[in-house]
Design a protein around this ligand. Structure first.
Ligand code: BV8
Ligand code: ZN
Length: 256
């Protein structure tokens, strides 16, 4: 049982603006393998960092497309977990809440969070590799053309998942809003991320540079653990509901 410091509970219950960065670990308890965990089955022989690149897609569009198809089906077959729901509850309790995610699984939105800042895009959305237009009828295109990946109906370019691959720049607006929140909030959480991928991993350091209390929620330690104000060394699915119940005791009775 991980003890949650009273000082953190007080900071959260009095916070005016809470900012949260999440990574693949928050979806682990939903059954979505984390990005760096050994991939299961067919994909176990591939390194995600080698597949999630424009070069991999250019070299073998079918392989990369099928990897994302597998992940899309996996994600659509799981449910958000208690950690996603606890963040949606927290957002309802604080005056200002900014949720920033590196995840591409859309589970925060399915748990009721809105205004989610998706730094790395979302595998549910598909766009054209060449003209960048979003494709809304992928299933139909795939069935009628039989092509894998299907092609853009405007320019016949290859369709790809609307995610940010390694070596690609993050959506500028999303990144600016994330930086802004990490520097202006009064409490920052880094949840379920190994802190290896930049520029997302620089967000907790941004908060710390402004002397904003910063909390890491992760069963493992990360390169940032040493600098954190608070460490909750356990699974987000257990710790976040506990934290919310302690910060807003009446809300837990309401939901019982
Ligand atoms: C960029 C979308 C400017 C796709 C992802 C050389 C050339 C080019 C770039 C670079 C370079 N060297 C470095 C870079 C920058 C590079 C980078 O940071 N590389 C790293 C690996 C060194 N970054 C980029 O390329 C970014 N773009 O910099 O553009 C530029 C351009 C050209 C040249 C230079 C710069 C783009 C990065 C975005 C990549 N896309 N995803 C897809 O998903 O398919 S990143 C990918 O990693 C996922 O989005 C994932 O979210 C993200 C981060 O991983 P984590 O979320 O942290 O997941 P991980 O598995 O690592 O860790 C899970 C954690 O959860 C663990 O700590 C575990 O302990 C914990 N956990 C487990 N269970 C639980 C839990 N925690 C809580 N509760 C639990 N139950
Ligand atoms: Zn196109």
């Amino acid at each position: 049982m991980v003890a949650i410091p009273n000082e953190l509970i007080e900071l959260l219950s009095e916070a005016n603006h809470v900012a949260v960065l999440t990574g693949a670990g928050i979806s682990a308890e939903s059954g979505v393998p984390t990005f760096r965990e050994a991939q299961t089955g067919l994909w176990s022989r591939y390194d995600p960092e080698q597949l999630a690149t424009p070069e991999a897609f250019a070299n073998n569009p079918r392989l990369v497309w099928e990897w994302y198809d597998w992940r899309r089906q996996l994600v659509s077959s799981v449910e958000p977990n208690t950690a996603h729901y606890a963040l949606a509850e927290m957002a309802a309790r604080v005056p200002k809440f900014t949720l920033i995610t590196q995840n591409v699984d859309g589970l925060h939105q399915r748990a009721g969070s809105d205004g989610v800042i998706e730094l790395h895009g979302n595998i549910v959305r598909t766009k054209c590799f060449d003209c960048g237009r979003i494709a809304y009828n992928v299933q139909e295109l795939q069935e009628t053309s039989g092509q894998v990946p299907p092609r853009c109906e405007y320019c016949a370019g290859l369709l790809r998942p609307d995610v940010v691959w390694f070596g690609e720049t993050l959506p500028a607006d999303a990144l600016n809003r994330a930086y802004d929140a990490s520097r202006n909030c009064d409490l920052f959480f880094s949840i379920g991320t190994s802190g290896l991928v930049y520029p997302a991993a620089s967000l907790p350091a941004q908060a710390l540079s402004q002397n904003i209390p910063t909390v890491e929620v992760n069963p493992q330690s990360t390169p940032l653990s040493g600098a954190m104000t608070f460490i909750l060394a356990g699974p987000a699915g257990e710790l976040l509901p506990q934290l919310v119940a302690l910060a807003w005791p009446h809300s837990s009775q309401e939901t019982e």
